[in-house]
Design a protein around this ligand. Structure first.
Ligand code: SF4
Length: 400
């Protein structure tokens, strides 16, 4: 393995470690950053990922390692990792020993723009780097009304804590169309651009009409028929609905099964079990999505660390054999979720898991374009692909 790859893999392990263990800091340490112009601020609209809530104190959206890996920022005062501010620079440290200087992410220009109805675009379309944006159409999930929300999820608690402070609510299709157009315009020089449309369950599963209206508005405002969009949906009872998303112009689709073991799925995702025809229907829906969208154009995420690793990997392999890109994220037992206070597995557990998932994806022929279109550029599996394929945007001056 080349020196550069070895260095990138070391930085990747740190990225996973800070995901698992968080980073400790005084929440006021970022007062030296220019968060209204130069540095991108975090906009909390789906899940609070920090170990504690911090209403009224803005954190940066993330930072880059010396060789260009993008880290997110999960605040945990117990972590051995910390930020240090010294001589007008920020550093990531481990037990007080400096690991490297950090470069906080640049704020997109469109974060300073408003939609035609005067809404800040930063609250509509969150930039997740490398041309990729996320739209969270809502910041709530109707499963809460039935007492069936997923046990690891804190979407409704996040809304209760931040909804008012962040001024974030339901987004209209027009707001989305205008914001995606502004972002795409700003990043038209990027090799790739994509938009991920997601949110909590909508009462009576009315999301399909909304998704189609959003797709129309994006097409009108960007002028693109294929706008490289991912529609994130719950498994529908009537599978023929899936064709409508394809006809509307979404390039990819995602239905997140979260847990592979059937019995653990029932216990951890009661709403996904009871409102969507059970685990079997999730798998059926994913297989049908491949029939409609094609091999490598369907994604399903799992929250890794709740069930045994073998079970997650069995699911990833099964799904890959059907053309579905199964991904995994680090489980952060978040504030306000039913599993708050639990502990996730250790960093080494996740490093091994992610390497095995990437190997499965290679075996079944998924390309980096498939991974990017389904999930963007900053996930761990994207990182592994970019490191191995040497398509990582490493800045030569930084390669020592
Ligand atoms: S379906 Fe589950 S994971 Fe998704 S928003 Fe609702 S509670 Fe959270």
């Amino acid at each position: 393995m080349s020196y550069l790859k070895e260095t990138l893999y070391r930085e990747l392990e740190l990225k996973i470690a800070t995901n698992v263990e968080g980073i400790s800091f005084d929440p006021h340490i970022f007062r030296h950053l220019d968060s209204s112009n130069r540095h991108q601020e975090e906009v909390i609209c789906l899940f609070e990922m920090a170990y504690e809530t911090h209403v009224g104190i803005k954190f940066p959206a993330g930072f880059r390692s010396p060789h260009g890996l993008i880290f997110n920022l999960r605040w945990d005062r117990r972590s051995p990792y910390s930020f240090i501010y010294e001589n007008a620079s920020y550093y990531l440290a481990h037990y007080g020993e400096i690991l490297f200087p950090v470069e906080f992410l640049e704020r997109p220009d469109y974060y300073g723009l408003k939609t035609s109805d005067g809404t800040n675009m930063s609250t509509i379309a969150q930039y997740v780097q490398e041309g990729s944006i996320i739209i969270s159409y809502s910041n709530e999930c109707s499963l809460k009304d039935r007492g069936q929300d997923c046990r690891f999820c804190n979407i409704n608690a996040t809304k209760d804590s931040y909804g008012e402070a962040e001024g974030i609510g339901w987004k209209t299709p027009r707001q989305v169309g205008e914001s995606v157009a502004a972002a795409y315009n700003e990043y038209q020089g990027e090799e790739r651009r994509r938009v991920n449309l997601t949110g909590g369950f909508v009462a009576e599963r009315r999301e399909v009409e909304y998704y189609l209206d959003v797709a129309d508005e994006i097409k009108v405002h960007t002028g693109l028929d294929d706008f490289n969009g991912t529609a994130v949906i719950g498994a529908p009872l009537d599978l023929s609905v899936i064709e409508k998303y394809k006809e509307a112009g979404f390039r990819t689709i995602a239905s997140n099964i979260e847990i592979w073991d059937k019995n653990i799925f029932k216990a951890i995702c009661p709403g996904k079990e009871l409102q969507c025809g059970g685990w079997e229907n999730w798998v059926k829906a994913l297989e049908y999505e491949v029939e409609v969208f094609g091999h490598g154009k369907v994604r399903s995420n799992m929250v890794a660390g709740i069930e045994p690793k073998d079970s997650t990997l069995e699911g990833i392999e099964y799904l890959a054999s059907k053309g579905v890109i199964g991904l995994a994220t680090v489980w952060n037992p978040n504030p306000g979720s039913a599993l708050e206070g639990h502990r996730s597995p250790e960093t080494a557990w996740y490093v091994d898991l992610f390497k095995k998932i990437a190997a499965i994806h290679r075996k079944y022929g998924f390309t980096y374009d498939n991974i990017y279109d389904c999930s963007g550029a900053t996930g761990i599996i994207s990182d592994i692909y970019r490191i191995d394929d040497e398509i990582f945007p490493v800045r030569s001056a930084q390669v020592a």
